[in-house]
Structures are given as C-alpha cells and as structure tokens.
Design a protein around this ligand. Structure first.
Ligand SMILES: Cc1cc2nc3c(=O)[nH]c(=O)nc-3n(C[C@H](O)[C@H](O)[C@H](O)COP(=O)(O)OP(=O)(O)OC[C@H]3O[C@@H](n4cnc5c(N)ncnc54)[C@H](O)[C@@H]3O)c2cc1C
Length: 404
C-alpha cells in the first residue's frame, strides 16, 4: 500500500528539534518551544499512533493534586494548576480558547496507623509552608466533614481542595497541538527506530520507513517505550509499563457528587466523576506488563475492590459498574518520578520520561522547563535538576513519599 505522503513523511531532512512521542508530554514540549520568541528553527513531532489509543494520556484519570511530600513536585503542581486556571491567557489570549473545566473536589488521604498519620502531618507542614492549605483531621472531625465515610479503622487523614481535583486535559492537549501546528510544528505519523550517536552527540535519527533525519536536539517522550524505542538500546532508563485499572460506577443511593479523591489505606483510590464515581487501582501482582496487555481483571473488581469501596462508604454496597479500562503507567522502577533533562554524556538527547502516575498534571511545567533547557541550556523558571537522569548514575532517588 502506498503511504499518504503528507501524513507519514517529514517535509525536511533536517530539524532543530525532533520529539519522539506526540501525546501529552511531547506535545507540551513542542508547544512551549515554538511559542517561545527565543526559539528559532523547525520542530518535528513523530507519533507512531496519532489516535493515541494505547498511550497513558488516553487512559488517564485527569486528576491533579498539591499534596506531595517533595517541594519540587508541589511547585510543579502549583504552576500546573495556575496554568489550567488561566489557560487562555497562557495561550496568547486566543479568543477561540475556552475555559478549562477544573473540578476542585480535593484529595483526602486516609491513615489507619500512627506512621501514616505522622507522614501526613509531616507533608502537611511542608505543604502549608508552600501556601497549600492542607488540613489534618482526626477520626471525629473526618466523620463530621465526610459523613458518608466509615471511619471505624481510621485514625485520621489529610484534606485539601485548593487547586486539587480533576480537569479537562483533552482540551489543553488539543489546543497545544492545534496552535503548535499553526505556528509550523510538523506532526507526523511515523516511528523513531534508531538514533545515531557520535562520541558526544546524537547526529541523526532513523524512522520506521528507513528515512534518516539530521537533528539539532532529540527529545524522548515515548512514554512506556522510553527505554526500548531505539533498536540500539543504548540509552536505557529504568522505565517499564505497569498496568493500572480504572472502574467507573454509579450508585443506587444518591451520594454527594463532590466526594474528593480518597486514597484509602488499602492503596486503592476513588472519587466522584460528575454523576458517576471513578476508582483506580493496581493489579493484584504489580509487575511489568506486556506492551499489548490491556485486559481487565473483573474478578479483582468483584472480589477485592468493591468490598473495599463498600467498607469505606456503606452506600457503595449498591453500585453498578458502567465502564472499565486498563492503561499503562510509564513506571520508573527507580523512584517513580519523572526523569527529565539532558543525557549526562549525549547532551542533545533530552529525556521526558518515567512520570508513573502523575505526568498528566505535570505536563505544563515539564513542557515549559524542558523548552528552557533546550533553548537556553539552563532552567529559567523552575529548576528541575533534582529530576535529572544523573540521579540514576549517582544512585540517589528523588524522594517522594506520596505516590499513588
Ligand atoms: C490509568 C492511568 C491513570 C492516570 N491518572 C493520572 C492522573 O490522574 N493524573 C496525572 O497527572 N497522571 C495520571 N496518569 C499518568 C499520565 O497519564 C501520564 O504520566 C502521561 O499521560 C504521560 O504522557 P506521555 O506523553 O509521557 O506518555 P504517553 O501518553 O504514553 O505517550 C507516549 C507516546 O509515544 C508514542 N511512541 C512510543 N514509541 C514511539 C516511537 N519510537 N516513535 C514515535 N512515537 C512513539 C506512543 O505511541 C505514545 O502515544 C495516569 C496514567 C494511567 C495509565
């Protein structure tokens, strides 16, 4: 079959920046680069499946929180929430751009032992110092504030609804892509299969059809494929696919439709989702997933998840499952946080990988920061050095205790 030229073929044979992966992170980087007045040059975004059917971005839960334990993650989320709330002004006040839906239902972390509540208290201190008004609740005040909860085995929790909840990431993604294309970014359906290195740089990349492109800089935004997209496997990082289930259900008894995103001590989380509820969890044995395994474990739902939900909110005894999907986290097995910035040796190779369960909310901050690093060779706003790949070599994990 003859391929449609405009869809598959790059127009040029040399680009200032080539980005592999055209989902949330790759597109954010393309937008922040092209909209920066100090950037000159051509950008190519190569996406092997523009429907994004199996990308993390399409299977996400769209939630954003400020309740992290690391100040950098909090600063990243502070910028992202400001960005969501003021999207139109960040997008050059383009009249076509709508308000972004941001439903600030908050997050509620529950604790069933002293260690957990102490950790929440420690995190709260840090969050408060960064102007995030997280509050700690004991068992009684939890019940008072959230009367639908069964608090029997709980000793407390932490709650904040300032700039926490869920948002419409799809509209943000679509406008980044549309406006980037209007400014000349090329988006093609193709696959990066190989990169050519000399002693200090990436010189060229090869696409699936064999075409070779000269490049100035290369960005790896390939999600779960981060360490395997390149046949030479030269630039491997500890990122692998891990399955995560999402179950959507409705209740027979009407419950408050702003139930926060509740992180149960069992590890599962759930929240209201308009008139429905959404529950997210890992498989029973959380291990590397096969790239093509998106099967759903309904037995897990029936036998384990539903009973946990019904224990926490007795009105969840009578619910009906209306939808479910499995998605893959690009799971960073080293420390479950983004790996961002230039390769320590091949300095025109940039990583934007390993975001595990919080890459969607971080995408505005990552797009902005990485574009600065590419253009100015330094971070100008948020310093993301602590997330750099050097930490893998130095074996110094980025410490974040609030992983979901
Ligand atoms: C079930 C689930 C729930 C989540 N919930 C949340 C949440 O509530 N909040 C939050 O912040 N984050 C959440 N996340 C995480 C978030 O969705 C991801 O971190 C984010 O979408 C990652 O975007 P990405 O662009 O890096 O990767 P992806 O969306 O996976 O995109 C990578 C793209 O690269 C392409 N690609 C791969 N190899 C190549 C190649 N060689 N050449 C060209 N293209 C290639 C792929 O086709 C893919 O489209 C969730 C993830 C899952 C799975």
């Amino acid at each position: 079959m003859k391929l449609n030229k405009t869809e598959y073929d790059p127009k040029l044979n040399s680009y200032e920046v080539v980005i592999a992966g055209g989902a949330m992170i790759g597109t954010a980087i393309a937008w922040f680069l092209i909209s920066n007045k100090d950037f000159n040059g051509k950008i190519l975004v190569v996406e092997k499946d523009p429907t994004l059917e199996f990308s993390s971005t399409s299977r996400t839960n769209n939630s954003i929180r400020q309740q992290f334990s690391n100040s950098l993650n909090i600063e990243i989320s502070k910028f992202s929430s400001n960005y969501i709330l003021n999207f139109k002004s960040y997008m050059e006040n383009d009249e076509r751009i709508p308000e972004i839906m941001f439903n600030k239902i908050g997050y509620l972390y529950l604790a069933d032992n002293i260690e957990k509540i102490n950790l929440l208290k420690q995190n709260q201190k840090l969050q408060n110092s960064l102007n995030i008004p997280t509050k700690i609740y004991d068992q009684n005040s939890l019940l008072e504030k959230f009367p639908y909860l069964n608090v029997k085995n709980l000793i407390g929790g932490s709650y904040n609804n300032y700039n926490e909840g869920y948002f419409d990431s799809n509209t943000i993604f679509s406008w980044w892509k549309k406006k980037a294309a209007e400014k000349g970014v090329e988006f093609i359906k193709n696959e990066v299969t190989e990169i050519a290195l000399d002693s200090k740089k990436i010189n060229a990349i090869t696409l699936k059809d064999g075409s070779k492109l000269k490049i100035g800089s290369f960005v790896n935004a390939t999600g779960t494929k981060a360490s395997t997209f390149d046949k030479t496997h030269f630039l491997r990082i500890p990122v692998e696919p891990r399955k995560r289930y999402t179950f959507i259900f409705k209740t027979e008894v009407k419950i408050n439709n702003s139930v926060p995103l509740i992180i149960d001590p069992t590890g599962i989380h759930f929240r209201s989702d308009g008139n429905y509820f959404l529950c997210g969890c890992a498989p029973e044995f959380d291990d590397t997933a096969a790239y093509d395994d998106f099967t759903i474990d309904y037995e897990l739902w029936e036998e384990k998840i539903w009973p946990i939900l019904a224990n926490r909110i007795p009105d969840f005894e009578r619910i009906k499952l209306v939808n479910a999907w499995a998605g893959h986290y690009a799971f960073n097995t080293f420390d479950q946080n983004g790996i961002i910035g230039p390769h320590p040796e091949f300095i025109n190779f940039y990583f934007a990988n390993g975001f595990s369960g919080h890459g969607l909310q971080q995408s505005p901050a990552i797009g902005r920061a990485l574009s600065e690093k590419i253009i100015y060779k330094k971070y100008k706003t948020l310093n993301l050095k602590p997330l750099s790949p050097e930490r893998l070599i130095e074996k110094k994990p980025f410490l974040e205790q609030a992983i979901i």
